[in-house]
Structure formats: C-alpha cells, structure tokens
Design a protein around this ligand. Sequence first.
Ligand code: ADP
Ligand code: MG
Length: 572
Amino acid sequence: RANAEKFEFQAEVSRLMDIIINSLYSNKDIFLRELISNASDALDKIRFLALTDKEVLGEGDNAKLDIQIKLDKEKKILSIRDRGIGMTKEDLIKNLGTIAKSGTSAFVEKMQTSGDLNLIGQFGVGFYSVYLVADYVEVISKHNDDKQYVWESKADGAFAISEDEWNEPLGRGTEIRLHLRDEAQEYLDEYKLKDLVKKYSEFINFPIYLWASKEVDEEVPADEDESSDDEEATESKSSEEGEEEDAEKEEEEKKPKTKTVKKTTYEWELLNDVKAIWLRNPKEVTDEEYTKFYHSLAKDFGDEKPLSWSHFTAEGDVEFKAVLFVPPKAPHDLEMLQQHSSLKTIKKKLIRKALDMIRKLAEEDPDESNDKKEVEESSDSNEKKGQYAKFWNEFGKSIKLGIIEDATNRNRLAKLLRFETTKSDGKLTSLDQYISRMKSGQKDIFYITGTSKEQLEKSPFLERLIKKNYEVIFFTDPVDEYLMQYLMDYEDKKFQNVSKEGLKIGKDSNEKELKESFKDLTKWWKDDSVKQTAQLMYQTALMESGFILNDPKDFASRIYSSVKNSLNISPD
Ligand code: ADP
Ligand code: MG
C-alpha cells in the first residue's frame, strides 16, 4: 500500500507475539473473549463521554452502542466491529505495538514459568491473543478526532499504518479483521461462534449481534421455477385436471400460482441478554452468578471465588446500585477508582461499603474472632476460616496506604490492621486485641519498627518492656515507619515507639500501687462529716486567729493534721 507507514513492535511486545504464535495452548477460543472485552471497554468509554456531551455519539446508526460479528467463509475472515470510542492514528501506534505496558514483560515472564495463556487479559495484553488464530490481522479504526486508519500486521516484528482510502467508512469505532489460519477455520462456523459469544458475553452490557444465516419459507410464483421443484409442479397440474369442478377451477386460475421454497437469508441475530447484574434484585442473583460476574470483571478465569461481595442500592444525594467484591488476590497493578467530580459522592459511599464488607469478612472469620460465640455456631464458619488472613496477605499494603492517604477513614482502616507482637505467638493480631490485653494502667500502645521480627527481638529497647510484661507490636513492613507518622492514636491511646530516647512507660503500676495503699485515707477524707469538720475549722482559723491564707497547701495540710488529731485517727 502506497501510503503505509511502517513501525517495529517494541521488543517485549515482539517477544510476546512470538510466544503466542508458537504456543501449543489448546484453548484458542479465548481470543474472542478478549476482543469482545475490548469492544465493550471502547463502548464504555464513548458512553461515559456522552454523559456530559451527547454530540460525541453522532446520529443514526453511529449512536447505536453495539457490537457486530461477521464471518466471511470465502475470504476466511472473522470480523468484529464496535461503535466504541475508536482509535486515532497515534492511539493505534501506541496501544497496538510501540508502548509496552507494565503487564507485557510480567506476562512474558509468567509464560516462561507457569504458562497459562488464559491469564492474558489480566496483564493488559489481551489484544495479541488474536494471533492464536490469525496470521494476518487488520484493525480499522475511526476516532472522532481523526481520520479513519488501518493498522495491519502479520506478526513478523513489524506493523503498518495507512490512512484508509478503500474500506467503507465506519462512522466511529473499530473493526478488527482476523484472517484465520488454516487450522483455525472452525471459527467460521456459525454454531461454534454463537456458542462462544454466548459464553463470553454473559456480563457484557452492550448488544452483540452475529450476521447469521436464517432459513425462511418464501412464496414464489410456481411457473417461474417449475423445473427445479417437481413435486409442487405435479401438484399444481393435478388440480388443473379436476375438469368437473369448472367453477372452482376458474377461480383458481385467477389466483397467481405460487409455491413455498426454503431460502437462506442473513440477518443480525442478537446473542446476549444485556441486563446488568447490579440492576437485578439481589435475592434473585445466585452465588454462582456473582462468582462468574467477578471472574469476567477481573479477567480472572481461574476457579478461585471472591473472598466476599456486597450488592446494594445507595440512596440519598446520588442514587446508584453497585456490586463490590473483595478479590482473592491483588491484581498485578492496583486500579484506582476513577477521578471525576460527579463520582465523588459515589466514591465516598463505595469506600464505606467496601470497608464495611472487609470488616465483616474479619468478623466472620473464625480464625480472627476467636472467642465470638455466634461465629462458631454459624454453619459456614469453616468456609470462612482463614479468609481474613488471606485478604490481609493480598491487600495489607493497600490498607496501610489507605491510612496514610485517607484521613476520614483512618480509624476504620486502622481496625483492619494486622501485625505480630511480642505476645502474639507468631500469629496476626489487631489493635483491638492488643488493647484488650493491655496491662492495667498502661496508657500507650507500644511498637517497634525494623526490617524483621528476628532482628527486632534482639533490640535492647525491647528488653525493658518485656521485663515489665508489656506487649510490643512489631512493624516490619517498609511502609510501616511511614504509616506511623500518620497513625498517631487509636481509641484514645497514643502510639509510642519504644526505641525512641526518653520513652516514658507511663505512671503505670506506680500510680496504681500508690492509690491502693492510700485507699483508706482517701475514703476517709471524702467522708462528709470529715469535710464538714474541716470546713468548720477552716472558718474558725480564719475568724479567730486572723490567719492569712497565703499558702493554701500548707493550710490544707495543717487542717488535715488537726482534723486527724481531733478525731483521734492515725492513718499511718
Ligand atoms: P487492555 O484491554 O487490557 O487495555 P488489550 O491488549 O486488550 O489490553 O488492548 C490494548 C489497548 O488497545 C486497549 O487498552 C485500547 O486502548 C486499545 N484497543 C483495543 N481494542 C480496541 C477497540 N476495539 N476500540 C478501541 N481501542 C481498542
Ligand atoms: Mg483487553
């Protein structure tokens, strides 16, 4: 093509494509899942823009947010088209070949060890799975801000981009044409495609159509087509033979003679049901459906269940329905909630709900809430055992970052913290559990930071506290030091770093002991009759001796001893 510009794939992308092309991975169907998912993402993007600017959708067919799949048996092409956001020339160059995402090398590495190609979508490189079934791929795309371009590659280390001067204009969106490999011709089979699309589109919220064949009965004039259909021809002749029924015959002759033939036509057949799961009544959604939905959302197609989920309707200033999940493992790059002013309220509510859900996860875990009766009695306690530890393992860092960044939810997040201590016996414990074990008179929460528990156990600072039977938290995560600059107190208790010079362990037991030994005296001093006597003497002293009260402390102690004498009590 005269106007084609050539580009080389970025090295990691090239390696990834080699791996895919040479893969012996048998489940090649997944390419369709990835293409549908990309089309759906592109539709989501344009729909989102249209919320604030309806113009972006255009008119007529352009405004229809759908996905269309076509099979061309002669040319051996499978094409999938969406009316999503589309890609500019620059997008095509960047997204499909020159800028490697963080997931590219991570996925290449993974392929060299465990090698499950099914995970491709999670690493943000799902598009390249097209080369499992195609040896030549064209991507035709039209973005509102640019002309229509064609990206093409035979996966030979290079791709080309040309301004599209020969295909039909798309209006907006993307069409991907897969020139199927010889051994992948099965994807031209309509039935196979229908099954696959149904399987992969369960949670896609845009209609997906297949250009599907349909057998229809068609009435055609009988004489036009006599030779090709003997049976019908004979039939019509036999009716002509009925000579006695002249009247009837005449009438019949007035009618045009027709017959029915089977004809194959093509039409867009809708393959999915587009009712979003979050819009449904929670009572009608099964656990299996939530799990499957989670898998499609997370692009995680293993058999691990989400740790927990919450399906709710939020009411108030902003009303919305949502399903939140706690994944069984952290994604390789955590995604943040979208930044948009209109999402602020939603975000606030979602965060609260998410924290609630995580708190419940901890409470329902029999490992966590060791002495809570209700939990032990609950029927599914075994299933929940160890769930929180698993959560903590995957998302502990996120909770800590949350404490650092989110002042409003700091206390809620602090409740979710887990750590080891000098008394936790190798297990994880929470701040609430720490507090419940505090010594009487202990005011502060003691902690020590370092790189490992083993190293910290040798600390001379620790020795002093252990001797006095205080519990000390080990903070050994690199982020912990930073965390403690933000987490000043918890439930009115201050955090004290035990390795800081001049640590005050507190009035602790001394104060208690002191109080204990003077118990009788304080009780006596509070007695009403004593108070009255003291007051009386105070007044007497003022009036009778003209005593000038310039030292109240001294005065009080004198009163004290005279009252003592007058009542003949010896407190010592
Ligand atoms: P991911 O979908 O995880 O981002 P992919 O490898 O599947 O990774 O796709 C790479 C990128 O190519 C997408 O992020 C998107 O920018 C672009 N892309 C792929 N397919 C389409 C499409 N149908 N419409 C618009 N952009 C697309
Ligand atoms: Mg994708």
